[in-house]
Design a protein around this ligand. Sequence first.
Ligand code: SIN
Length: 379
Amino acid sequence: MKINKKFGNKLLAFVLPFMLLVGCGTTAEEKVQEDSSVKVSSSESNEEVNDTKAGANNKLPNVQILATGGTIAGGGESNTSTTDYKAGEVGVDELIKAVPEMKEIANVDGEQVVNIGSADVTNEILLKLGKRVNELLASDNVDGIVITHGTDTLEETAYFLNLVVKSDKPVVVVGAMRPATAISADGPLNLYNAVKVASSKEARGKGTMVVLNDRIASARYVTKTNTTAPDTFKAEEMGYLGTIADDVYFNNTVTRKHTTETDFDILTIEKLPQVDILYGHQNEGTYLFKAAVDAGSKGIVYAGSGNGSMSEVADEAAKEAEGAGVEVVRSSRTGNGVVTPKDYISANSLNPQKARILLMLSLTKTENKEKIQKYFDEY
Ligand code: SIN
């Protein structure tokens, strides 16, 4: 497991409050010592899927936690600071040890994939994560996956997994808005709830889910709506799949195709094509389209105003891009609603950042505009 060395000595200071918050009167050290069945065997992500581990309770489901960083693993100098901290400071071992209550609901094992702020997630990391999730879920020894992730781009990773995971087993992506060191950190309960959902039989076949703030949302519909508030993840028009109030309650299902129903097989994908997002605004020029094409973009997602509207200038530049073999998708910067089909490929109800994910994957299969539109209409 990798822990940032610069902050190594401060690690305990980061983790102790995280532990104490869930400690209910027991010290952090006691919590860790009494925690014999929460298995922490962090490893680099190419490790083979292990056989059932010694000490596992065979009545409980086996949940693998893949840690990638973010605020849920973040640490700051002061416990009253909820915005001044560094994401990706705490490793998966500490995250797991800090919530020993998880041992009552699952055999939990951890693996550090990366430990970064989610703005730094690259296509390479997405592919690595997606391949590892598929590898783990193919094993009879894994019943569900939880991925800890920064919230800033969490919805992009979650939607990517929703499209490439080839299993009905639950995949839950979880984050936190307050660092581990903050008063009232939301990470411990979010993580506990995520493991609970990943352990639930009812969660099977629902695609990749996002769990924060007691809500279960589909990766297809959820988006981050607030810069700092813990209730930032909303699925405004489509609604949540369910809630967690000690128990897991599912209310809705996803009608969009996902996981086993999609055409995408990342086993065969070594590199994702470059797709860029251009944000529409008054007085825009043609030069950003040209720059994207010159830089090798294979696709451009245009975040248009209103119903994906384009200025005449943007339309001219987009047509030139199409002429150069670049696929253009019209999406909307409004945050809600369907972009109705017209001249370019329509993002349907996907926001620009998720439209980028789907366009990248679509381009690994086809350059045919109608086929790509079908993906947008069905996924
Ligand atoms: C990040 O996305 O890595 C930082 C912000 C967060 O996790 O809330």
